[in-house]
Design a protein around this ligand. Structure first.
Ligand code: SAH
Length: 464
């Protein structure tokens, strides 16, 4: 296969990044935006020995799984969605297969166990407009107009678009007002390469339950000229609750600056997941799809099987979302999280909900838990025990030393919430070798039109 060669390919598979995969005379090609079942014409862009990457040029025969028209005209260019052109049901099937495939290959879980344990993936009722948070970069186009939109895949060039199909509809109204204000008062947009200009990003958050709106402008300076006029205009939007500035003068890819200055209203909004109330400030971590999060954490709670007598650990607890869910049904909950600000939020969230049986520790789970375990043994002359341990680690999963301490605490149940089924599968393999069996499991789609998928599994201790 040669670079620039034009080939006709039938797409037979889908890669982990959502790309179509097909073969030409035994040579594998990866083709972005091609869908299983498509017959496409593609141009080879990069040819390695056994495989290559090609660009989709023409769809000769569309796949039955292809939507007639993607909702967003920018779907292909934008780095946000990878599989928006695929029918939603098929997206769900792809995600379900991905989880099962990883558990089988990496986790070495036998098919019979998976058949018994795995339940159908939980999809969204409406896979659009589900995100409660968006961060829009602000820039200038070639004609000097202020623009906002999204970064094109793997770059930092802005594709103008104020109407993202995954975000809430009020985003567009807010962004248009900000752009008009900037043009009117000659407020400059930040230029990343020159490290000049003022407005870098706009963060918008929306409380799905409370309908409260937060706007935070990230600026490369201490002050937004005529900020009071912008605030006055934005405040007229129904639901506007918090308008702030985030000061970020660093030459960095990190979006938010650590200093928050109030411009109008409160410095936080309030929202609910289930019956638990959360205060969310511009810097707080908060799940971006609250509707599906409630379903995911509802499952975690169900798998935890609490009766009110249990001691529960919630590792990687963030702002305590799962911990507070569990605390209502357990004797006591211990949360562990590495980010101090998140733990502050977790404690505050416990307080505003009147939850008194949750305790939070700042630190690495793989340090806090083993230290607690060793200390407990020293003080009490016996092993620390947990009835249930919940983990919700970032993509890299859990360290083996942590898994070992968890096993040492002999919980009846380990509930593992994961955003990467490959590392989940690796950790499931370890736990299966240490006397735990995969008893239940289920994917929950939190990020429709992207290739990401969350899942939760229950590992039950096998009676000895
Ligand atoms: N369950 C949480 C979110 C989990 S996301 C919630 O719903 O709010 C994963 C969390 O793990 C993040 O908050 C991240 O800051 C934290 N984290 C990352 N590495 C960690 C570590 N080694 N020990 C403890 N927490 C860690």
């Amino acid at each position: 296969m040669q670079k620039n060669e034009l080939v006709t390919v039938t797409i037979e598979d889908i890669g982990i990044n959502g790309e179509g995969i097909g073969k030409v005379d035994g040579y594998t090609l990866f083709i972005k935006d091609a869908i299983i079942g498509d017959v496409v014409e593609a141009k080879v862009m990069k040819a390695k020995k056994n495989y290559g990457y090609a660009r989709l040029m023409n769809i000769l025969t569309p796949s039955p799984y292809r939507v007639k028209q993607p909702k967003c005209p920018m779907a292909r260019k934008c780095g946000g969605c990878q599989i928006q052109e695929m029918e939603y049901d098929r997206q769900l099937a792809f995600k379900e297969d991905k989880i099962r495939g990883n558990l089988m290959r990496i986790g070495e879980v036998p098919a019979e166990v998976l058949d018994q344990a795995m339940e159908p993936i939980v999809g969204m009722d409406n896979p659009f407009h589900y995100r409660n948070k968006a961060q829009f970069p602000i820039g200038t186009d070639k004609e000097g107009h202020i623009i906002t939109g999204f970064y094109a895949g793997r770059t930092h060039s802005i594709i103008p678009n104020t109407d993202c199909a995954l975000g809430v509809e009020v985003n567009e109204i807010i962004l248009k007002q900000i752009l008009a204000f900037m043009e009117e008062y000659k407020i400059s947009a930040y230029d990343e390469t020159e490290h000049k200009g003022l407005v870098r990003h706009v963060l918008i958050r929306y409380g799905f339950v409370t309908k409260e709106i937060m706007v935070c402008l990230v600026i490369n300076g201490n002050h937004l000229p005529h900020g009071d006029i912008l605030a006055e205009r934005l405040a007229k939007i129904e639901g506007m609750t918090s308008i702030t500035l985030s000061i970020n003068k660093e030459k960095t890819n990190v979006i938010m600056g650590s200093q928050i200055e109030p411009l109008w209203g409160k410095t936080y909004i309030t929202d609910y997941i289930g019956n638990i109330k959360y205060q969310i400030s511009p810097l707080s971590f908060y799940q971006v799809n609250p509707v599906q999060t409630e379903k995911l954490y509802g499952l975690a709670l169900e798998y935890a099987g609490l009766t009110g007598k249990e001691t529960v650990w919630d590792l990687y607890c963030g702002i305590g979302t799962i911990s507070l869910f569990l605390a209502q049904k357990a004797k006591e909950v211990y949360g562990v999280e590495i980010v101090p600000q998140a733990i502050e939020d977790a404690r505050n969230n416990a307080k505003i909900n009147g939850i008194e049986n949750a305790r939070f520790y700042v630190g690495k789970a793989e340090e806090v838990l083993p230290e607690y375990y060793a200390q407990y043994e020293k003080e009490h002359g016996k092993k620390a025990h947990a009835d249930v341990i919940v983990v919700d680690p970032p993509r890299k999963g859990c360290e083996e030393s942590l898994l070992q301490t968890m096993v040492d605490m002999e919980p009846d149940r380990i509930v593992y919430v994961s955003c990467d089924s490959a590392t989940l599968a690796r950790d499931v393999k370890f736990l299966r070798e240490k006397g735990y069996e995969l008893a239940r499991g289920r994917g929950v789609d939190q990020f429709g039109h992207t290739v990401h998928v969350e899942c939760v599994v229950l590992m039950s201790r096998v009676e000895k």
